[in-house]
Design a protein around this ligand. Sequence first.
Ligand code: UDP
Ligand code: MG
Length: 320
Amino acid sequence: MPQISIIIPVYEEEESLPELQAWIVKVMETKGLSYEVIYVDDGSKDNSWQVIKDLSLRDANVKAIRFIRNYGKSAALNVGFSKAAGEVVVTMDADLQDSPEEIPELYRMITEEGFDLVSGWKRKRHDPMSKTIPSRLFNGVTRFISGIKLHDFNCGLKAYSNKVVKNIDIYGEMHRYIPLIAKWNGFGKIGEKEVAHSPRKYGTTKFGIERFVNGFLDLISVSFVNRYRKNPMHFFGSMGSLSFMTGFAITVWLIYEKISGLRNGLHVREITDQPLFFLALVALIVGVQLFLTGFMAEMMTSNSTHKSDYNISDEINCEA
Ligand code: UDP
Ligand code: MG
């Protein structure tokens, strides 16, 4: 078992990879740390896979995984998590913006200070304003919602104790919320380390504003799914009951009105002719539907534990 597994999601980063690999090897060897590097090619169309393949054939410490298409950074990290053998798992970006020099200290914080997760903080960030401004907003909102005091949730450079990564399952744009997901799964000792950050040397960013919007939407679904994934009936059942009870109460009211009207010799319209009756009907039907949706969700969650979904086309050095 190596001391450190370094997971690197790669989407069209052919120019950076040889430099990054050499840099990692230099740092790990200087510090005498045992390691493996897991490159996950997230369906690149450039030469990235060829480069990764060459690295992995030359060095048994390099594991290589290739997706058949682009599934996104979260899926790439997720498969890396499942393959990681190291005591500490580090994730970093492939574009040379994160520095491997930070890894030994991250390793020390996990193994000696007992953190479950340590997130990098790009205090002096070298990215355009179009990224830094939405990022500030995002971090503020995420801090508020989660109560986790991190400056930089989205930093690609993070370290985890191995048991944390084996217990989280991410997809979509969820990589931004790993600290929240870890905390919700009981890994609440979360630390932060200021890390160096460089401008992108080759290629261009793969994350534009639309992925930011998706990220916000994912936060809603992550919170929701986290709250109800094990017991969807708690949500659908309570909404369904509320609706059904409203419909039922209206019906009772209409019947009462009709009966007391008749008793007093007044002319009261047929219940089925009352506009309120239609409201009651809709509420009753919606209530039953929500209940059935809840049952269906319960049955589905009892059949599936993993929501993530991806196909791998090649693997090198990955046999357990
Ligand atoms: N990445 C990926 N799949 C994607 C988009 C990006 O694996 O669909 C990788 C990318 O190769 C890089 C990391 O995720 O290693 C961060 O991407 P990028 O540098 O473009 O993001 P930024 O630093 O601009 O936020
Ligand atoms: Mg980058």
